[in-house]
Design a protein around this ligand. Structure first.
Ligand code: ADP
Length: 478
């Protein structure tokens, strides 16, 4: 109750006081009319005394009520409810009960304030725990998704969003089967929660594609129930480890090992056969023996090249080889390679054309590796160009783009369009060109690895069957 309202109680009290006095005085009026004047005077006096007493009481009550109102307005400020001094009159009990009400309401307010403080602390703790959990799962490369006891997604990292195709920022306790489009996956997560085992943990391999146009991806899926003492799981943590690349690497390794063994076996078998013939005395004259020795020599050479190329490719691919980069001039390197290839070209009456930029343009590269790449391209051009053809070595520079391009162009047999996408794959050989020259199918793979893996450049090819080919690469200028 507001203190000003106390005043409302004062006038009736005063009126009652005055009334009692008047009643006491008034009781003499009929006797004054009907009997003696002494009694009438006494009655009148009593009436006056009563009225005066009533007025005095009224004045005193008004003063006290004003005091109380003043005291109340000084004592009652928000958060500071001081009890009022109860007056020693009929307002005393009223003030005391008001004080009790105030004390009780103050206790209630304090209790509520404490609860608010506790809730604020709990909210802060919960918010910081959530942030910590989010930071932990964000630091994990694998896709991580957490559901609650109602199968709603409560946490997910960016990787989960990318893997499963949703925006983690918009996740707000959505049902897991609305977040994950793959129904089998959502069911697997729900099954772990429904297992009833708070320590349930399941591992499985899961294959899915985000959309029909996306490639299929393979995941190792680990589902762990969130334990809560002795009860059903409080939710599930799902971790998706992408195995697509690992599986692909394992497949490529197997393919590589079987291709290598196959490729090594061919020259080995040939060497063994000719050695056996020599041992059996099948080379009866010196000329035949010489032929056998030449074949063994050529096959041993091929075996050596094969092994060298395999080692070079696997060293570059695995990053084991040290790439010693320094400013080198592509024009100089091309000239050196042309000097080596010149005699082979001459043997086939192939003319060599040079279209080279001045030697001051440089690229940052490993001299030996770059030389090996250019030599392989020139060697292929000569190998797959028939007698009388032309091989052109071109070095061009785009200063604006800060790029140097090396091209080896020939007028040779060319490559069928269907085979062009595969020419840089290990052991790939164009069927139609096998009769034109011998090879291992590793040269172009090595060149591509040198340019793209070791130097972060770009390799390209253009070819037309029967008209010729252009193999080349781009590297940034120094
Ligand atoms: P190879 O040792 O067989 O020459 P490469 O990896 O160097 O292996 O080349 C792969 C295949 O690409 C070759 O077998 C050949 O059929 C084709 N090829 C490469 N260079 C040329 C070229 N300049 N002209 C025509 N075909 C080529």
């Amino acid at each position: 109750m507001r203190p000003e309202r106390l005043l409302e109680y004062i006038p009736p009290v005063c009126v009652i006081g005055g009334g009692i006095a008047l009643a006491a005085g008034g009781s003499g009026i009929p006797s004054a009319l009907g009997s003696t004047s002494a009694v009438g005077v006494a009655g009148l006096s009593l009436m006056l005394v009563g009225a005066t007493a009533g007025l005095l009481a009224n004045v005193m009550l008004r003063r006290q009520s004003r005091n109380l109102a003043k005291q109340a307005s000084e004592s009652f400020s928000p958060g500071n409810l001081q009890p009022l001094e109860p007056p020693a009159n009929i307002l005393g009990p009223l003030v005391r009960s008001i004080n009790e009400c105030l004390a009780e309401s103050e206790r209630i307010v304090q209790g509520a304030q404490e609860q608010v403080r506790e809730l604020e602390i709990q909210l802060k703790v919960a918010t910081s725990q959530r942030r910590q959990a989010q930071a932990i799962i964000e630091s994990i490369n694998d896709a991580v998704l957490v559901t609650n006891a109602f199968d709603e997604v409560i946490l997910a990292n960016a990787s989960a969003g990318k893997t499963l195709g949703f925006d983690p920022a918009t996740i707000d306790r959505q049902p897991v089967d609305q977040v994950i489009t793959d129904a089998a996956l959502a069911t697997a997560i729900r099954d772990v929660r429904l297992s009833g085992n708070p320590n349930e943990r399941r591992e499985s391999e899961h294959r899915f594609r985000l959309s029909p146009r996306d490639p299929e991806r393979v995941f190792k899926l680990t589902l762990s129930a969130i334990a809560q003492s002795g009860k059903e799981p409080a939710g599930v943590v799902a971790v998706f480890h992408d195995m697509t690349r690992e599986n692909e690497i394992a497949r490529l390794k197997n393919e590589f090992v079987s291709s290598v063994s196959h490729e090594l076996r061919t020259p080995l078998a040939s060497i063994r056969a000719y050695v056996e013939m020599l041992i059996d005395g099948e080379a009866q004259d010196a000329k035949t023996a010489r032929e056998f020795y030449d074949i063994i020599h050529a096959e041993a050479d091929r075996l050596g090249r094969l092994i060298d190329n395999i080692l070079s490719i696997s060293r570059i691919e695995s990053g084991l080889v040290e790439v010693k980069k320094a400013p080198v001039c592509p024009t100089v390197i091309v000239k050196q390679a042309l000097e080596v290839i010149g005699p082979q070209a001459k043997l086939k009456n192939i003319s060599i054309e040079e279209q080279l930029e001045p030697a001051f343009y440089q690229v940052n590269a490993d001299r030996e590796m770059l030389y090996q790449a250019v030599l392989n391209l020139l060697s292929n051009a000569v190998k797959y160009t028939r007698e009388g053809g032309t091989v052109t070595a071109r070095v061009s520079v785009d200063e604006a783009a800060k790029r140097c391009t090396v091209r080896v162009i020939d007028t040779g047999v060319g490559i069928p369009a269907k085979d062009l996408p595969f020419v840089f794959e290990k052991f790939f050989r164009v069927e139609e060109n096998k009769s034109v020259a011998k090879g291992t199918g590793l040269g172009l793979s090595l060149v591509k690895n040198i340019i793209e893996t070791a130097h972060k450049g770009r390799m390209f090819v253009e070819s037309e069957q029967g008209r010729g080919s252009c193999f080349g690469f781009e590297l940034p200028l120094c």
